[in-house]
Design a protein around this ligand. Structure first.
Ligand code: PEP
Ligand code: MG
Length: 571
């Protein structure tokens, strides 16, 4: 059987299916088997939980260090609390089953912690809820999601790949990823590309169509998943895989080349990253700097926000890897499809239009200033860091960010801590509002970077992660193309640098248009770097100009896509 989804990360993966099913933790049908029997069930479950958690904590400590093991050791300590045991037992004595006692008492604790002002206490609420879920799973005999048990060469099937799941994946064992929801520019897709894992997203119902252990072929370029392929099909995909690897090998000649068009004009080819490790890989793959460091990934897959010191170390490390080259660090861009549990953000009707990114940061100035201070300190050595504000919709937001940056500078000066006093402060142009006032923003921003992932979503009113409308989501829509063109022009008029860090910068069909308009910086994920360097090298500006004029005279996406596809395939 063959299923069609959205090809979200190129490449071919062949392996055995492993499904991550959402656990049903409903215990409403369970009745108490009597006080003593329920107490015994609870004790046995707690003992099992202790054994498993002690082992897990040990593994995490060895792999990641003490800090990351703390959440697990904290849960073990909580279970030692005699008051907690007494409360659980009392609830059972009132006739409840062990599951109900765990649910009721731990929910009370979580509510108590989350009502406190102190952010550390609020974070404990998350830990208690995690403890509640894990204890309930133990009582109900459900397995915990354990990455270390993943077989080699597996194809992971999930309802949704959240950034926090992706960050912890043992990628050396994973051949490909398939999900039921998500689009090409959802953060799951972006992560899959930076991990260089083939991925097909938005295959609705796949978790119920595939059996565990079944052999799967995943074509991340075409968006196809083949279940239990026949021998001939399997062979042809094995050949395709080989061919794909050979092509990657051929591209490696571009690793140490300059990025220039066929007339010899240079542009800068940067990389998008989310961690220090990725910065290292980007550098080894020939990136000329970093055009987007998504710092929110430093905040994921952990129990509390990174301290100023931890952030400083990360920013300084990336600055060091790319000394002599620029590193654009984007300040925290949470909300939308990037939730961080310990921030306890309220659920919203429209998270992409809600309390996210700079809006959240300007309301949480302690959090924001911690990040800005860490960035300033990290800028002192190589003077190559630039700070970028996401999701700007007004000039006031840019001014407020600038004011907080100035406050941080003053505080550091008073403490004699060095920093780059000239550190540039720029913005992402990723909202239609920012496009419309680009001329005004360009007077006060030190640089622009066009975020086409969000710009496309907001301009076309199409959710970037919803497979049902993914056919409508394209930066090749005339409205998006006109926006890009006008933003580049606004930056040029104000003499500030302009780049693009949205996924459209890695779309070969857009390369001639961007070159002709005079985009100076292309920032793409690691897996697209060499392909785009090669593509840029094929264009003479005169050819790019002719093609752009034809495209911009077209009124609809379909004509544009057909024209560009034919032009590019006939070259
Ligand atoms: C964008 O919106 O284009 C962008 C690069 O940022 P993100 O994908 O993280 O929203
Ligand atoms: Mg964005």
């Amino acid at each position: 059987m063959r299923l069609q989804g959205i090809g979200a990360s190129d490449g071919i993966g062949i392996g055995t299916a492993v499904r991550f099913l959402e656990e049903n933790l409903d215990f409403s049908n369970i009745v108490s088997a009597g006080t003593e029997a329920e107490k015994l069930r609870l004790q046995t479950a707690i003992q099992n939980f202790r054994d498993v958690t002690t082992d897990m904590a040990e593994q995490v400590r060895n792999k990641l260090g003490d800090k990351d093991a703390e959440i697990l050791t904290g849960q073990l300590m909580m279970l030692e609390d005699p008051y907690l045991s007494a409360e659980l037992n009392q609830t059972i004595e009132k006739g409840q089953c062990a599951e109900a006692a765990v649910y009721e008492i731990l929910t009370n604790y979580a509510n108590l912690f989350s009502s406190m002002e102190d952010s550390l206490m609020q974070q404990r609420a998350t830990d208690v809820i995690d403890l509640r879920t894990r204890l309930l799973k133990t009582l109900l005999g459900k397995q915990d999601l354990d990455y270390s048990q993943l077989p080699h060469n597996c194809v992971l099937l999930l309802h949704e790949l959240t950034p926090s799941i992706a960050v912890g994946l043992p990628i050396e064992r994973v051949a490909a990823i398939v999900t039921e929801v998500g689009g090409r520019t959802s953060h799951a897709a972006i992560l899959a590309r930076s991990l260089q894992l083939p991925a097909v997203l938005g295959v609705s119902g796949v978790l119920h169509q595939v059996k565990d252990q079944e052999t799967l072929v995943v074509d991340g370029t075409e968006g196809i998943v083949i279940l239990s392929p026949e021998e001939t099909v399997l062979q042809s995909y094995q050949e395709k895989l080989l061919h794909y690897r050979q092509e990657l090998e051929l591209l490696s000649v571009y690793r140490n080349r300059k990025t220039q068009d066929a007339d010899g004009n240079c542009v800068t080819l940067l990389c998008n990253i989310g961690s220090v490790q990725e910065a290292q890989i980007a550098q080894e793959n020939g990136a000329e700097g970093i055009g987007l460091f998504r710092t929110e990934f430093l905040f994921m897959d952990r129990a509390s926000a990174p301290t100023e010191e931890e952030q400083y170390e990360a920013y300084a490390a990336v600055s060091n890897i790319f000394q002599g080259k620029e590193v654009i660090v984007r300040t925290l861009d949470i909300g939308g499809d990037k939730g961080i549990p310990y921030f306890h953000m309220d659920a919203e009707e429209n998270p992409f239009l809600g309390y996210r990114a700079i809006r959240y940061c300007l309301d949480h100035t302690d959090l924001y200033k911690t990040q800005l201070r860490a960035l300033l300190r990290a800028s002192s050595r190589h003077h190559n860091l630039k700070i970028m504000v996401p999701f700007v919709t007004s000039i006031e937001e840019l001014r407020s960010a600038k004011q907080l940056l100035n406050e941080c500078k003053k505080e550091l000066s008073a403490q004699n801590i060095p920093y780059d006093a000239e550190i540039p402060l720029g913005i992402m142009v990723e909202t239609p509002a920012a496009v419309q006032i680009a001329d005004l923003l360009a007077q006060e921003a030190d640089f622009f970077s066009i975020g086409t992932n969000d710009l496309t979503q907001y301009t076309l009113a199409v959710d970037r992660g919803n497979p049902k409308v993914s056919n409508l989501y394209t930066p090749l829509h005339p409205a998006v193309l006109r926006s890009i063109c006008s933003v580049v022009e606004a930056a040029q008029n104000a003499h500030i640098p302009v780049g693009m860090c949205g996924e459209a910068a890695a779309d070969p069909r857009l390369v001639p248009l961007l070159l002709f308009w005079g985009l100076e910086e292309f920032s793409v994920s690691i897996s697209s770097l060499l392909q785009i360097r090669k593509e840029i090298g094929t264009w003479k500006i005169s050819q790019a100009a002719a093609l752009t004029k034809t495209v911009m005279a077209m009124g609809n996406t379909h004509d544009i896509v057909t024209y560009l596809d034919t032009q590019l395939s006939s070259r």
